[in-house]
Design a protein around this ligand. Structure first.
Ligand code: GLC
Length: 742
C-alpha cells in the first residue's frame, strides 16, 4: 500500500511540474500575444555594429534608441563579451525585454584561426573539419556571439569567383558531407549549450554559379542542375539541424533569391520542413530594387516577407514598411507572426530569456582565448589541408640537418596574410600570435640551421629591385624555399578575378632563382585555384599552402620537414587557363568526346588547349606511395533494395607513414538524361604506417545510384554502372562493372 501512495504522490508532483514547464512554443505564443506590430517588426530587423561593417554601410544614429524601444531583433559584427553585454543591457530596457541575437562571420575560427574553408575541404577529413568548427564555436560563444554566418555551402565550379575560398569546392558529395560536419561542429550537441552557436547555411541558393564568376551576378540554370548539384549541401545542412539559413544576392532564373518563394517557401520551409529562420544577406531585400524586381522599399518588403525571408539584414525595408503593409491589409499579420515565431523560438532555445547575458561573460572569454589545445588542433588541421602538387626530385621532405636555407618571397613574413579574407579583426586581437611562415621555419630548425631571408618582390607590383638580394642569398644556401601567391584580400567577397594568375612579378622571381641551380621548393598561398603553368611545367617541387590560419608557419614547417606527411587532395579542379572555365571533373561526355589532348578534330575541345586540367579534382601527392589491390564486389547485380559491399586492400608501399584519401566514383552508363563521366559517391581517409595494409570497405546502395531523371524525380534506373576507385578523379587504380536490375 505504502508503495502505491508514494508512486501516486510522485506522479502528481511530476504532472504538476510538467504542467508548469511550458514548452518553448507555448512561451513564444504567450509572448507574441503581448507584442505590438512595431515590436513584431522589430524582431525582423537586424543592424550591423557600425565599427565593423561587412557590407555597404548606411549610418543610422538611432540604433541604441530603437533597441531600447524593442525595435531591433539582432545585431551583427558586435565583438566581445563586454560590447554584446552593453547592447543587451539596452534591450533589457525595452517593454518586453526581448534579448538581441548577436551574429558574426566566424568562417574559419574566431581567435584561433583555421585554414580557409576551401583549404580545410582539401583535408577531406570530416572529423577535423567538425572539430575546427567546434573550436570556432567555443571561442566565438565566449565573446557573446550566439550565431555564426557559416557554413557557406555554395558549390562552385568557377575559380574566378573569389568566394570559392569560403566553400568546399566543386563537388556535391564532398560539399554535402562537409556542410553536415560544419553545422554539427558549430551547433555542438545541443543549441543552448554555452559553447554552441547557431549555424547559418548560406547563401541560399546557387550563388556559386554566378555568370562569369562575377560576384553578385545572375544565375541561370535548369531545375535539374539546381537539384542535382547546388541544393544537396543545403539539404545536408537542414539534416544536420542548421538553425538558420541566409539567402543570396543573386537572382536565380530571373527571381532574386531573397524574393524567391520557390526556394524559401516551397523547398526550404515546405518540402524540407525547415523550422529555423532565414536572414537576408546584407541589404539583399532592398537590392531587389536595383535588380528591377521591386518598385521601391515597400514593394521589396512585401516580396521578401511573402517569399519567406524572415529577418532583414541592414536594408531597413521591413523596419520602414511592414507595419504599414499589415495596416493596409497588403500582407496578413499571420505571415509576420510566422517569421517572429521562428526568431523567438531560437532565442528561447539559446536560453536568452532565462539569462540574456549568459554568453557575454568577460571571464569566460578570457579563459577560452589562447587555449593551447585549440592551437594544437589548428596546426594539425592546417597540415592536413596542405596539398603536395609536385615533388619530382624528392627534395621533400627536407633534412633537418641542412646547413643553410634561404626563405624568399612576399608571403614569408606577413602574419595576417595567413588568415585569408574572412578573419575576425577585433582590435583587441593583435596578429602577433599568428605564426608566420618565417617563424614556423625558425621554430623548426632555427637553432640548428642558418636561415636567410629576402622578400624578393611584392605581391602585386612590377618592382624587381629585390631580385638581386634574393638571388644572393639563394646562392649562399643549400635549399631555397620561395613563398608566393595572392594577398589575403585577393580572394573573398567582391574579389572576382578575370585572370587567376600569380600576381605581380612573383613567377619571374622564381624563374630568376631557378637560374641559381639550387633546389627550390615553391609554396603557393591563395584563396582559390590559380593558373601557374610555367611553375607547374618547370619547377619540380610545388606545395599548395592556401591560407592556413594562425598556425600556418608551424604547419608548413611540419610538412616541409616531414613531421607531417602531406595528405591533402584538391577539392576543386585547377584549370590550365581561364578560357577553360567552368571546368570540373564530373562533366557530361557529349556526343563527340575528346579522348585525349591530341584528339581535337571534330571533337568537343579547343584548338588551342587540351580539355584536361592542370591538376584534377581529388589530386594530391604524398611522401609515400600507396598500392590499390584486390577489388571485390559482393554482387555484380543488385535490385533497388539491395546493396553491394565493395572491398579492396590499400598498402603503404613507401618508407613514410601517411594518410591516403581513397575516392570511390561511379559512372551510370545510360540514363533517361545524360549522366556525368563519373561522380564521387564515397571516400575514406586512411592512415597507414609504412608497409601496412588495410582492408577498405564501401557500400553501394540505391541512393548512390539515384539522380534527377527526365521527370525530375530522384530515382535510379536499371542498367550498367562502372565503379572506379582511385587516388584522384583522374588516377583510377581499380574498376569494375555492376548492374542494377529491375
Ligand atoms: C556579406 C556576405 C555574407 C555575410 C554577411 C554579413 O555581404 O555576403 O556572407 O555573412 O554579409 O557579414
Amino acid at each position: 500500500m505504502k508503495h502505491k501512495i508514494t508512486t501516486f504522490v510522485l506522479l502528481f508532483i511530476a504532472s504538476n511540474v510538467f504542467s508548469q514547464q511550458k514548452t518553448i512554443d507555448e512561451k513564444v505564443e504567450e509572448l507574441l500575444k503581448k507584442m505590438t506590430i512595431e515590436e513584431k517588426v522589430g524582431q525582423l530587423n537586424q543592424y550591423t555594429n557600425d565599427a565593423n561593417p561587412t557590407g555597404p554601410l548606411v549610418i543610422n544614429p538611432n540604433k541604441q534608441e530603437e533597441i531600447k524601444k524593442g525595435l531591433l531583433g539582432s545585431m551583427l559584427n558586435v565583438m566581445g563579451a563586454d560590447r554584446t553585454r552593453k547592447y543587451q543591457e539596452l534591450a533589457m530596457q525595452s517593454r518586453l525585454k526581448i534579448p538581441l541575437l548577436f551574429g558574426l562571420d566566424v568562417i574559419h575560427g574566431y581567435k584561433t584561426t583555421f585554414p580557409i574553408p576551401l583549404a580545410e575541404a582539401a583535408s577531406w577529413d570530416l572529423e577535423a573539419i567538425e572539430k575546427s568548427a567546434r573550436i570556432a564555436a567555443i571561442e566565438a560563444s565566449a565573446t557573446g556571439i550566439h550565431w555564426t554566418f557559416a557554413p557557406m555551402v555554395d558549390i562552385s565550379r568557377d575559380p574566378r569567383w573569389g568566394r570559392v575560398m569560403e566553400g568546399a569546392g566543386e563537388d556535391t558529395y564532398l560539399g554535402s558531407k562537409i556542410a553536415f560536419a560544419r553545422v554539427k561542429g558549430f551547433q555542438g550537441d545541443k543549441l543552448g549549450e554555452l559553447n554552441s552557436v547557431m549555424a547559418c547555411a548560406k547563401h541560399f541558393a546557387a550563388y556559386g554559379a554566378a555568370v562569369g564568376g562575377r560576384d553578385y551576378n545572375s544565375v541561370d540554370m535548369s531545375d535539374r542542375m539546381l537539384w542535382e548539384t547546388y541544393l544537396p549541401p543545403f539539404k545536408a545542412a537542414v539534416d544536420a539541424g542548421a538553425a538558420t539559413f541566409m539567402n543570396s544576392f543573386n537572382d536565380l532564373n530571373g527571381i532574386p533569391a531573397t524574393g524567391n518563394k520557390y526556394l524559401q517557401r516551397d523547398i526550404l520551409k515546405g518540402k524540407w520542413n525547415f523550422k529555423g529562420f532565414v536572414v537576408s544577406d546584407w541589404g539583399s531585400i532592398g537590392e531587389m530594387i536595383p535588380h528591377g524586381f521591386a518598385k521601391d522599399s515597400k514593394d521589396a518588403a512585401y516580396k521578401a516577407i511573402t517569399a519567406g525571408s524572415d529577418m532583414d539584414m541592414e536594408s531597413n525595408a521591413y523596419r520602414n514598411n511592414l507595419a504599414q503593409l499589415v495596416k493596409e491589409n497588403k500582407i496578413s499579420i499571420d505571415i509576420v507572426d510566422d517569421a517572429v515565431r521562428r526568431i523567438l523560438r531560437k532565442k528561447f532555445e539559446l536560453g536568452l530569456f532565462d539569462n540574456p547575458f549568459r554568453y557575454s561573460d568577460v571571464e569566460r572569454q578570457k579563459a577560452q582565448m589562447n587555449n593551447p589545445e585549440h592551437t594544437k588542433i589548428a596546426r594539425e588541421v592546417a597540415a592536413k589541408s596542405i596539398v603536395l602538387l609536385k615533388n619530382e626530385k624528392g627534395i621533400l621532405p627536407l633534412s633537418k640537418d641542412l646547413k643553410t636555407i634561404a626563405f624568399i618571397g612576399p608571403m614569408v613574413k606577413p602574419k595576417r596574410a595567413n588568415h585569408g579574407f574572412w578573419a575576425i579583426d577585433v582590435k583587441e586581437i593583435d596578429s602577433s600570435y599568428i605564426v608566420s611562415q618565417w617563424e614556423g621555419l625558425v621554430n623548426k630548425i632555427g637553432k640548428k640551421s642558418k636561415l636567410l631571408y629576402a622578400k624578393g618582390c611584392g605581391i602585386n607590383n612590377d618592382d624587381k629591385s629585390g631580385f638581386k638580394e634574393a638571388i644572393d642569398i639563394a646562392n649562399q644556401s643549400d635549399v631555397v624555399i620561395v613563398s608566393i601567391g595572392e594577398r589575403h584580400d585577393m580572394s573573398g567577397e567582391a574579389k572576382s578575378r578575370s585572370t587567376i594568375n600569380i600576381p605581380g612579378v612573383q613567377e619571374e622571381l622564381v624563374k630568376e632563382l631557378q637560374k641559381t641551380g639550387k633546389p627550390i621548393v615553391v609554396l603557393i598561398n591563395a584563396g582559390r585555384p590559380l593558373v601557374f603553368n610555367w611553375l607547374a611545367d618547370n619547377m619540380p617541387t610545388i606545395v599548395y599552402t592556401w591560407w592556413l590560419g594562425s598556425e600556418a608557419g608551424n604547419a608548413i614547417a611540419d610538412v616541409l620537414f616531414g613531421d607531417y606527411n602531406p595528405s591533402g587532395k584538391l577539392p576543386m579542379t585547377f584549370p590550365r587557363s581561364e578560357g577553360q572555365i567552368p571546368l570540373y571533373y564530373n562533366h557530361f561526355n557529349t556526343g563527340r568526346p575528346s579522348m585525349n589532348d591530341n584528339d581535337i578534330i571534330y571533337k568537343s575541345t579547343y584548338i588551342d588547349s587540351p580539355n584536361s586540367p592542370k591538376f584534377p579534382f581529388g589530386y594530391g601527392l604524398s611522401y609515400t606511395s600507396f598500392q590499390y589491390a584486390d577489388l571485390k564486389l559482393s554482387k555484380s547485380a543488385i535490385s533497388k533494395n539491395e546493396q553491394i559491399v565493395v572491398t579492396m586492400n590499400l598498402t603503404n608501399t613507401g618508407k613514410y607513414d601517411g594518410a591516403e584519401v581513397v575516392q570511390l566514383y561511379i559512372k551510370d552508363k545510360l540514363g533517361s538524361v545524360v549522366r556525368p563521366v563519373k561522380e564521387l559517391k564515397d571516400f575514406q581517409k586512411v592512415f597507414l604506417k609504412a608497409g601496412e595494409t588495410k582492408n577498405i570497405t564501401f557500400t553501394i546502395d540505391n541512393s548512390k545510384l539515384s539522380f534527377y531523371n527526365d521527370k525530375l524525380v530522384f530515382d535510379s534506373e536499371a542498367g550498367e554502372f562502372e565503379l572506379m576507385i582511385g587516388t584522384s578523379s583522374e588516377d583510377i587504380r581499380l574498376n569494375a562493372n555492376f548492374e542494377l536490375v529491375d
